[in-house]
Design a binder for this molecule. Structure first.
Ligand code: PMP
Length: 378
């Protein structure tokens, strides 16, 4: 098997699974229980939280575990809007967000909030002047992802934060960091809130993280009992928390070394695939090397993906594409509907090998060229 869809999800690493199993077998108590089994579980949970807060240099109480980044994004956007209804009803997002952000925005407009979409330049960088102009006294939140999920465009969060602070010091700043964690270094002090997900960094599916600076007040979306976290009541999923902590510690190691290695692989893929007839490369100078995106002029992305699957090779498309919809990111970059309707995404990891890349390129060229010729004959 050659798996090149790491931005969709990653396999759970062996060490992470080990920590999940150990916490499941040896820590059966509910961390909310008063007895010794509960205390034992709670101690383990607190040390897992401490490991995470140390990694990001934040307070333990600033971390909330969620079911994934979708839930974290909901907490940030909906929670902030509900808490600040009296001060304003305006939020700003970029045109390069994950679909979950747009779905939340759609919902927020149905309950009286107004959403503005900040422009970006041709390479995907947020248009600072446009952001400045769009921030108003009633703007309560700006949400901009650290790394875009389709083309891997990286945004300068620190600079964006400075602009927001200057225009309206009351406006909060959230960043969806789901595709950034484990690929680039992030600083949670550049934002007020952030979203992450374990399954993108060789952790288990079903757990995410929501960071919120302690100064920020939001309304909880979930109400219930359990004293561990006011934003996420209920029994904490201890094995998932322990496994996530392990995955994060492993993901944040050697980022520069890993990136240099991944860049060599991605440069090779880029140069080989860009040469093929009917393929347009969608990378920009701000794309990180882990995520490669191409548009196909004749072959349908889903046809290519299923043809490669026959050889046990797995790459991605954007979820919208499969249903014939448009990739909002490609549209925001190139303003070309055709190009935005036919994208494929190849996402690499530091565990990808040169041999996998070479074999992938051999199969890809053969399969793609055959399909492209078939389209010519039609
Ligand atoms: N945000 C981004 C940038 C993502 O890439 C994803 C996953 N595709 C999500 C949010 C949603 O994450 P989850 O599957 O953990 O809910």
């Amino acid at each position: 098997m050659i798996y090149l869809d790491y931005s969709a999800t990653t396999p759970v690493s062996y060490d992470v699974l080990e920590s999940y199993l150990k916490a499941t077998k040896d820590f059966i108590g509910n961390p909310n229980s008063l007895h010794s089994l509960g205390i034992k579980s709670r101690t383990l949970m607190n040390s897992a939280i401490k490991q995470i807060s140390d990694l990001f240099n934040v307070l333990d109480s600033e971390i909330t575990f969620t079911s994934g980044a979708t839930e974290s994004n909901n907490m940030a956007l909906v929670g902030t809007c509900l808490a600040n209804m009296k001060t304003g009803n305006h939020i700003i997002v970029s045109k390069l967000e994950h679909p979950s952000i747009y779905k939340i925005c759609e919902y927020l407009t149905t309950i009286g909030f107004e959403v503005s979409y900040v422009e970006n330049d041709q390479d995907g960088l947020i248009d600072f002047e446009d952001l400045r102009k769009k921030i108003r006294p009633e703007t309560i939140l700006v949400s901009i992802c650290a790394v875009n999920s389709e083309v891997g465009i990286r945004q300068p969060l620190k600079m964006i934060r400075q602009i927001i602070r200057k225009e309206n010091p009351q406006t909060l700043f959230h960043s969806d960091m789901t595709q950034a964690i484990g690929k680039i270094s992030v600083n949670l002090h550049d934002v007020d809130m952030a979203s992450m997900s374990a399954h993108k960094i060789f952790g288990p599916k079903g757990i995410g993280l929501f960071y919120k600076n302690s100064r920020v007040k939001i309304i909880p979306l979930i109400h219930g009992s359990g004293k561990s976290n006011e934003l996420k009541p209920g029994t904490p999923p201890l094995p998932l928390i322990v496994a996530f902590s392990k995955a994060l510690r492993m993901a944040l190691m050697d980022l520069d070394k890993r990136e240099a290695f991944v860049r060599r692989l991605s440069d090779k893929i880029l140069s080989e695939i860009s040469k093929l007839d009917g393929i347009i490369c969608n990378q920009t100078k701000y794309s990180i090397p882990y995520i490669l995106n191409f548009s196909l002029q004749k072959v349908r992305p889903e046809t290519l993906i299923h043809a490669l699957e026959e050889f046990d090779i797995y790459i991605g498309t954007n979820t919208a594409c499969a249903s014939g919809d448009i990739s909002t990111s490609i549209l925001a970059l190139y303003n070309d509907r055709r190009r935005a309707q036919s994208t494929i995404r190849i996402s690499i990891s530091y565990i990808t090998t040169s041999d996998e890349v070479n074999r992938f390129l051999t199969y890809f060229k053969t399969v793609y060229t055959k399909l492209n010729h078939l389209m010519d004959e039609k």
